[in-house]
Design a binder for this molecule. Sequence first.
Ligand code: DGY
Length: 320
Amino acid sequence: MQAVLVARAAFSDIVDRLRAHFEVDDNPEDRVLSKAELIARLQGKAGIFATGSERIDAEVLAACPQLRAVCNMAVGYNNIDVAACHARGIVVTNTPDVLTETTADFGFALMMAAARRIAESEHSLRRGEWTKWSFDQFTGPDVHGATLGILGMGRIGQAIARRGALGFGMPVIYHNRSRLEPAIEQALGARYVDKPTLLREADHLVLVVPYSAASHHTIGAAELAQMKPTATLTNIARGGVVDDAALAEALKQGRIAAAGLDVFEGEPKVHPGLLAVPNVVLTPHIASASIATRRAMASLAVDNLIASLGCGPNAGRPPT
Ligand code: DGY
């Protein structure tokens, strides 16, 4: 029987399906494994059920020659050196589609919370500062009818565009590596623009680009300087797409109105400058965290591992 590592605890009833096919080494205490622990635990393992917390890089792969499948419980896979995996004939899978709508819901909520100052006003109320109603207390920019800018128009970007255009009457502009088909643009009411136009015209800018060396610090001081002072920035993509130090400074100086961040450079650490400013909503990488969606992601990762290692009903079918 082949052996696999389940690197983090994830819904034991779902992960237990692996036991019919493999010897399973799991991590019920859900500790994030160090690289040395990961390498040690992967010895003799044919596959890994991974999450964004495990870095599967060339060093790990070289130290684990029996590894044949890396199945990530995430749509993002910047934690995996895919080229190095492919060079060794290792299958890599992720969990797209099942989290699209849930993640778009959250991105929209974060954008609204930033614009309408929901977290900031709630914190103030809890501190006992609400002594009277005031005409200008916690006023912020409108969301409905404002221009929604989307950087990265994949599945999640399109789901956010639908919410903005159909639910909130927002003109949608977007920038992406490749332009959408005209029929899709028309259905979404979305207009393709270059990046400077996106930065200049968006009232609410949402980032949904995958992280790679090419997208590192896509939004830094120079880009923030091009945005409207009344604009908001929401990042549900990956830490590293935004220069967090530059964003903290821009928020402090009021160069943009507010931000909503679910992902951070070097998370779970958060840049102290972001913790120090009131005009940012900070959440701990939970955009896909509805109960049903997290279960669907775990289930798909399990199916992918079974299929990738040639077991079960999908044996021989390429994993999605
Ligand atoms: C994803 O699926 O990529 C989410 O960010 C969770 O890691």
